[in-house]
Design a protein around this ligand. Structure first.
Ligand code: NAD
Length: 259
């Protein structure tokens, strides 16, 4: 699918990958681009720049996702493309409090469920629609600095796979973006598993998203090495885990829990 003439919604669009993709949708001739984020000020600037509609939204709430979709439909008509991209990082592992785990579940997983629930009936009736989401290479492999991030991003990939299996034969296209490090608000600048293979620019990732959408490719892997790592993990999980433990020791220089 090409965004020209389409109604596109982008969450997490106040900065980084979301803002770059909203700009790319507008430049490609989208009929309407609706941008959503909790950062209302930065969001308004992006909307003004691209002539789109800003809808300040907490994507972790179902009523807010419903209101966002209503606002998009009132402004431009039925939503053709929904890019569910908002996300956050939290360092830490199983010890992180339940509130933080819950936040990660809502922003990285349940938001995509809310979007699918709200949009699929109309998209299926029209026989067309594109559900695009951002997970992470950590959703296929692992983040060494955050267990909740790894777990919820894996769930986001599983959800996208499930949607593609259920609705792929009924005109619904599904893609999931799984990058390693991208220079955005989320990138700390520190060396991590994500940045070992280089740091990409958000505009380049946005370009790759549009290319993958045009090809209707499910898995969007801006860093080619991720595919190779997936193959190694599938071929020998124990060897892959041993390699990840060595990498963890190298990066954090302490073998005990709490890195
Ligand atoms: N930058 C990277 O290295 C990297 C790597 C892999 C995956 N990702 C993923 O890419 C996506 C986009 O992040 P980014 O790198 O552009 O970072 P970013 O921090 O620049 O953008 C994320 C945006 O999401 C917004 N957001 C957070 N919680 C929200 C909520 N509850 N409701 C609405 N908006 C909310 C933030 O305000 C921010 O504008 C995220 O899902 C992230 O997990 C990023």
């Amino acid at each position: 699918m090409h965004p020209a003439g389409k109604v596109c919604v982008v969450t997490g669009a106040a900065s980084g990958i979301g803002a770059a993709t909203a700009r790319a949708f507008a430049a490609a001739g989208a009929r309407g681009v609706v941008v959503a984020d909790t950062n209302a000020e930065a969001l308004a600037r992006v909307a003004q720049e691209i002539g789109g509609l800003a809808v300040p939204t907490d994507v972790g709430r179902e009523d807010a996702i419903q209101a966002l979709i209503r606002a998009a439909e009132e402004a431009y008509g039925p939503v053709d493309v929904f890019f569910s991209n908002a996300g956050l990082s939290r360092k830490g592992h199983e010890e992180i409090g339940n509130d933080e785990w819950d936040l990660m579940w809502r922003v990285h997983v349940m938001t995509h469920v809310y979007v699918a629930r709200a949009l699929l009936p109309g998209m299926l009736a029209r026989g067309s629609g594109y559900l695009l989401s951002t997970a992470s290479a950590a959703g296929l492999l692992a983040s060494l600095s955050s267990t909740p991030y790894t777990v919820t991003k894996h769930a986001a990939v599983a959800l996208a796979e499930s949607l593609a299996i259920q609705y792929g034969d009924r005109g619904i296209r599904v893609s999931v973006l799984c990058p390693q490090a991208v220079r955005t608000g989320m990138f700390s600048g520190q060396t991590s598993t994500a940045s070992m293979d280089g740091v990409m620019e958000a505009d380049d990732v946005a370009r790759m998203i549009l290319e993958a959408m045009e090809a209707e490719r499910f898995l969007i892997l801006p860093h080619g090495t991720v595919h190779e790592y997936m193959q190694r993990k599938a071929a020998d999980p124990d060897r892959w885990l041993a390699g990840m433990r060595r990498l963890r020791q190298k990066l954090f220089s302490r073998p005990a829990a709490g890195a």
